[in-house]
Design a protein around this ligand. Structure first.
Ligand code: CUO
Length: 720
């Protein structure tokens, strides 16, 4: 099967996931397809509906038929169907996990692409739609024979996880009109409150479609249920990805005049002061996500009558597991299942502690260290109805695709992060040997933004049109009237920029360097300079790449859009439809990455001061040989090439031998000939010519620019 056919036949399974495949064509324009489902896989009424609807397709239409067959080996969906189609799917819940893993097993065990396709297709309409998306994509990104399959943006697949139902309802109304008469439904920047709630000032960021789909995607690529040892440095990735998200969130908060996040500790008597009302409704079940009032106590979850959550979760357990992990960190060892000491005084220890906390299958002792982080998501997610007396669903923190929206997610992860930093604090500071690169010095760093002063960045608002017709379930689509239904959302954006780094290589030969670029706020919420010990934990990565440095002076130029942290906006169904007609030859693309539009934190009046930091290390030392990549092509070796910094590289080794977050992941050594730690980044870098730091100011212009390639110019706009 060529990559074009494969992309189409799989991609359209993701359209209108709550609407059975037999109902109508998928795709638009010249790319329409119908799935021909075997009669004996359908109920009589479904087969009749399929036959009836096919007759409504005008003869001569450009619709291709994709034939579905039964799989060679039968499978049993009973364990998957424990989760009804109408339920809110939460992978943090053990019952949901078990059901999803049962489907993952069925799909991943299909021996060839044809059977895999048949199984994905035939299971699709028999199980919970969000569970199916999870299982389908979990397996698709892992199969070698699916390399090159590009996942459209999650907000097009499941718009109900991103937009309030009233906007979707309006979009439904538009679907009844001829395509050319449909209005654009404008979704305001934020729809969950007012700034009278100070936390609302950063709702535009927490509720950003890219932040939430990044977080979902990260967990899809790095699931805690992956077989033990199958994901390289999984516990460290868990630490690093969430740590960097917190660094960015705190920077965004400082820019908006808010304090940095305070942790929440879950123990008897804990109260969550802040409320959260997501306004989201799960389309397939018509159920609202749970909401939380102010000052909600955290209580044991004992939802005995809830068929989807029969196992109680106790607050005291979460406290106990947290204390045990801290004790292990302080003692310098964890206890394995067979009572042996597992040292936590080595470079690998963050990986072990991350695995214990999340916990992943790599936990050294699951019964003893429990499930601290995951259970925290559940305690917080069910705090509004811990005993099921109101038959309420879980709150948004209970699912990876919605969790970031809620303020409490960030407070919980701050607690998790502080424990991981406690572990890092036991690691010896890096030495000059670790930090220096002989003969290489960085003498200049400039950030160039077109028509702005050097070392100045600009943020503004952008409106982007999203085609909701791919994700809205119509239940009976007008076959002759398929076409976009546009929603117009507003999000943060920045002007593209470029780094100019001047590097002198005084070695006689070429040096391949790893260029590491970070940023962090320069001032705290009071406007005082951030001491280095605080700023260090806020540094977040902007980019990382290799470059060849010839003898003498080098000007290293790098565009912001090339960042190895981010993925572009462009993975829409429509763009993928266009690009599949000219396959790009991309062999590995996991779609995981920080949203490019949020690469830069929002600027502010007078400029948000950031310290940009660049360090060059020796790629010969950083490079990683991956035995799993032997015999693969160059692009296959790279694994997920799109945005490896936070996501890892799916089935390959992390391509950087340095600790994640290096060199800011450890406490710094004292300044030479003193007992005192550096007080500023300037003092930290002083002994190291291969590092540089410069102040960069981010300004914000309160204008909104409309992205091209959306609804036709002049379309009616509905504001509700
Ligand atoms: Cu990503 Cu808690 O790990 O949501």
């Amino acid at each position: 099967m060529d990559s074009r056919t494969r992309q189409k036949q799989f991609m359209y399974l993701l359209e209108r996931i709550g609407e059975p495949l037999y109902v109508s064509p998928r795709g638009q324009g010249k790319s329409q397809v119908v799935y021909s489902i075997p009669q004996d896989a359908l109920e009589d009424y479904e087969a009749n509906a399929m036959a009836y609807l096919r007759k409504t397709i005008p003869s001569g239409s450009d619709v291709s038929v994709i034939t579905v067959n039964k799989t060679a080996t039968p499978y049993d969906l009973t364990p998957v169907q424990v989760i009804p189609r109408t339920a809110v799917f939460s992978y943090f819940s053990p019952v949901h996990q078990k059901a999803a893993d049962a489907l993952i097993k069925i799909l991943s065990s299909q021996p060839n692409l044809e059977d895999y396709f048949n199984a994905c297709t035939l299971c699709r309409d028999a199980v919970n739609p969000h569970l199916w998306v999870h299982a389908f994509l979990s397996t698709a990104i892992r199969r070698e024979d699916m390399k090159g399959f590009i996942i459209p943006h999650l907000w097009e697949i499941t718009p109900d996880l991103f937009f309030e139902a009233r906007f979707l309802r309006e979009a439904h109304k538009q679907s009844a009109l001829p395509v050319e008469d449909r209005a654009v439904v404008e979704v305001p920047l934020v729809f969950t409150g007012f700034d009278t709630n100070p936390e609302h000032k950063v709702a535009y960021w927490r509720e950003d479609v890219g932040v939430n789909s990044f977080h979902w995607h990260w967990h899809l690529v790095n699931p805690f249920t992956a077989p033990r040892g199958s994901i390289d440095r999984q516990g460290e990735l868990f630490y690093s990805a969430h740590h960097e998200m917190l660094g960015r969130y705190n920077t965004e908060r400082i820019s908006n005049g808010l304090n940095r996040v305070t942790p929440i500790y879950l123990q008897e008597g804990s109260i969550v002061e802040e409320a959260y009302f997501s306004k989201l409704t799960v389309q397939s079940g018509g159920r609202n996500w749970g909401v939380r009032q102010e000052n909600t106590p955290i209580r044991d979850i004992v939802r005995i009558k809830d068929p989807l959550f029969p196992t109680p979760t106790y607050v005291t357990d979460v406290r106990l597991w947290s204390d045990r992990i801290k004790e292990a960190i302080d003692a310098g060892f964890a206890l394995s299942l067979d009572g042996k000491k597992v040292s936590l005084r080595n470079d690998n220890a963050i990986d072990i502690v991350g695995g214990m906390m999340e916990p992943s299958s790599n936990s050294v002792n699951r019964p003893y260290y429990g499930a601290m982080h995951n259970s925290g998501h559940l305690l917080l997610g069910y705090s509004h109805d811990p005993d099921f007396r109101y038959k309420e669903e879980i709150g948004v923190i209970g699912s990876t695709n919605t969790a970031c929206r809620d303020t409490i997610f960030w407070r919980w992860h701050t607690n998790v992060d502080l424990i991981l930093q406690r572990q890092k604090a036991f690691m010896p500071p890096y030495t000059a040997t670790d930090l220096l690169l002989n003969g290489v010095s960085v003498s200049g760093l400039e950030v160039h933004t077109p028509s702005l002063d050097i070392n100045t960045l600009l943020t503004f608002w952008m409106q982007s049109d999203v085609d909701l017709s791919r994700g809205l379930d119509f239940l009976k689509t007008d076959i002759n009237n398929l076409g976009p239904i546009w929603a117009r959302l507003t999000h943060l954006q920045h002007r593209d920029f470029e780094y100019h780094i001047i590097v002198r290589n005084s070695n006689a030969k070429n040096v391949t360097g790893t260029v590491r670029i970070f940023a962090a706020p320069k001032f705290d919420e009071q406007g005082d300079p951030l001491p280095f010990d605080e700023q260090r934990t806020l540094f977040f990565q902007m980019d990382k790449f290799t470059t060849t440095l010839k003898h003498g002076e080098n000007l290293v130029q790098r565009k912001s859009i090339e960042s190895a942290l981010t993925i572009p906006w462009s993975q829409t169904f429509r763009q993928l439809e266009r690009s599949v007609s000219s396959p790009t030859g991309v062999e590995a693309f996991c779609g995981c990455g920080w949203p490019q539009n949020l690469l830069v934190p929002k600027g502010k009046h007078g400029g948000l001061s950031l310290d940009f930091f660049v360090m060059i290390t020796d790629w010969e030392v950083d490079r990683v040989n991956d035995p799993r990549a032997v015999g693969l092509t160059e692009s296959q070796k790279a694994g997920c090439v799109d945005a490896a910094i936070l996501c890892g590289t799916m089935g390959r080794k992390v391509p950087d031998a340095k600790a994640m977050g290096f060199p800011f992941d450890r406490l710094p050594a004292p300044v030479a000939n003193t007992n005192v730690a550096p007080v500023s980044v300037a003092e930290f870098i002083k002994p190291y010519p291969n590092m540089i730091a410069k102040e960069v100011k981010v300004y914000h212009r309160d204008v909104t620019v409309l992205r091209e390639d959306g609804a036709p110019t002049g379309s009616r706009v509905i504001r509700i």
